[in-house]
Ligand binder design. Structure first.
Ligand code: S3P
Length: 439
């Protein structure tokens, strides 16, 4: 995998963002298209698939479990579904790289299979908490061995699952999805209650493939024993990848950029809401629906930003966008305060600490708190920062270059390939001066 090779970014100061670009496909929807397409009856044609390491890890894992999958080629993937009970035992441990979504969703899906499987990952994934999925799965009757609550996870065979009523201890679409996927294999009904709305791509795709899911406010219920019917899935561009260009245009004078065919599912648009509260000039056009997911073109023109207290109800709706939003805060006039975001500490890196440390190196007044950060907008300087192998930290500091006083070097950027393989090219085409150095 690309993360075996060290890569750094060097970004020259200044510039602005122009033009019309389409960022790669949505990571969450790409994962789910492979998982549900594999379990469906019939052939699922996927377009706009994200050819990044994370979604490719999911794809490889289903191939290893006997599913014929053609592609990806130019974002096209053909999944020859094997039906709910057609997966076969992988002949070795399933390696899921950096991908939390793969391991957490797969653990739910595999808990209901008749074969044993072991799920592993890279150094970062091996440090991430898995009790949040093994606890509810155990309540359903699964038997899962872990290394003190961390991967590898070994999911034992031959356990009958029973539906549960589960109140999520944290707002997590991965945990919700894990339990719902296990619920398809459980006897009776499985209900998940969310403390706050999180991305609902699993629910939408299940419904789109003919598996009934009942959504009632904060409660989602699924009955075991149903089936999925293959369908075509058009994956919209990922709003989480678009975010770097949205923030870049919002902070760099004279910018005017259009991001096309971006997924604007209401559970994902916290970044638009938060940037607008900060004063950003964002307009949507060409709104439509593709495969049950809302899409639009997003235009962002430069406008001066001001610091805000980020409303806590926006946190789960912008959970992956905070590294970039912290750069917006660093360029805003006044103070930005984030609270209620302790989940950021257990992402691909501790994103609160990684961003606070990097911003301080660049001369920005940024103080981490237990559940968030306080950033006083000011001048971004220059320096060498660490991405901690976290794709979103790397890309956030890259766009900071637009407003920096000097060169920024960002270390350990190989994992950008997990979510945004052509980031360097697209960023340079749009107006950034970004060089990738292979070490
Ligand atoms: C995801 C859910 C979120 C998000 C991750 C993708 C998903 O994780 O951060 O990048 O596809 O369900 P949590 O469920 O841990 O919040």
């Amino acid at each position: 995998m690309s993360s075996d090779h060290k890569k750094s970014y060097v970004v020259q100061p200044g510039g602005n963002l122009q033009g019309e670009i389409r960022v790669p496909g949505d990571k969450s929807i790409s994962h789910r298209s492979i998982m549900l397409g594999s379990l469906a009856e019939g052939i699922t044609e996927v377009t706009g698939f994200l050819e990044g390491d994370d979604a490719l890890a999911t794809l490889a894992s289903f191939r290893a479990m006997g599913v014929k999958i053609d592609g990806p080629k130019d974002g096209k993937v053909t999944v020859h579904g094997v039906g709910m009970h057609g997966l076969t035992a992988p002949d070795k441990d399933v390696y899921l790289g950096n991908s939390g979504t793969s391991i957490r969703l797969l653990s739910g899906l595999l808990a209901g299979q008749s074969f044993e499987s072991t799920l592993t990952g890279d150094i970062s994934l091996s440090k991430r908490p898995m009790r949040r999925v093994t606890d509810p799965l155990t309540q359903m009757g699964a038997e899962i061995a872990s290394l003190e609550g961390k991967p590898p996870l070994t999911i034992k065979a031959g356990h009958k699952l029973t539906g549960i009523h589960y109140t999520l201890p944290m707002a997590s679409a991965q945990v919700k999805s894990c339990v719902l996927l296990a619920g398809m294999y459980a006897e009776g009904s499985t209900t998940v209650v969310e403390p706050a709305p999180t991305r609902d791509h699993t629910e939408r795709m299940l419904s789109g493939m003919g598996y009934p899911v009942e959504v009632n406010g904060d409660t989602v219920t699924i009955e075991g024993g149903g089936k999925l019917t293959a369908t075509n899935i058009d994956v919209p561009a990922d709003i989480s990848s678009a975010t770097f260009f949205m923030v870049g245009a919002a902070i760099a004078e004279d910018s005017d950029i259009i991001l096309t065919h971006v997924g604007i599912n209401p559970t994902r648009i916290g970044v638009i809401n938060i940037l607008r509260l900060m004063g950003a000039d964002i307009t949507l056009s060409n709104e439509g629906l593709t495969g049950g997911e809302p899409v639009a073109d997003i235009r962002v023109k430069y406008a001066p930003l001001k610091g805000i207290n980020i409303p806590e109800d926006q946190v789960p709706l912008a959970i992956d966008e905070f590294p970039a939003l912290f750069i917006a805060a660093a360029c805003a006039e006044g103070q930005t305060v984030l609270t209620g975001a302790e989940e950021l500490r257990v992402k691909e890196s501790d994103r609160i600490q990684a961003m606070a440390d990097g911003l301080q190196i660049l001369g920005v007044d940024a103080q981490s708190t237990e559940d968030g950060i306080i950033i006083n907008g000011g001048v971004i300087g220059s320096g060498e920062v660490e991405s901690h192998d976290d794709h979103r930290i790397a890309m956030a500091f890259a766009i900071a270059g637009l407003q920096a006083g000097g060169t920024i070097q960002i270390n350990d950027c190989a994992n950008v390939a997990t979510s945004f393989p052509n980031f360097v090219d697209l960023a340079n085409n749009a107006g950034l001066s970004l060089e990738q150095i292979d070490e």
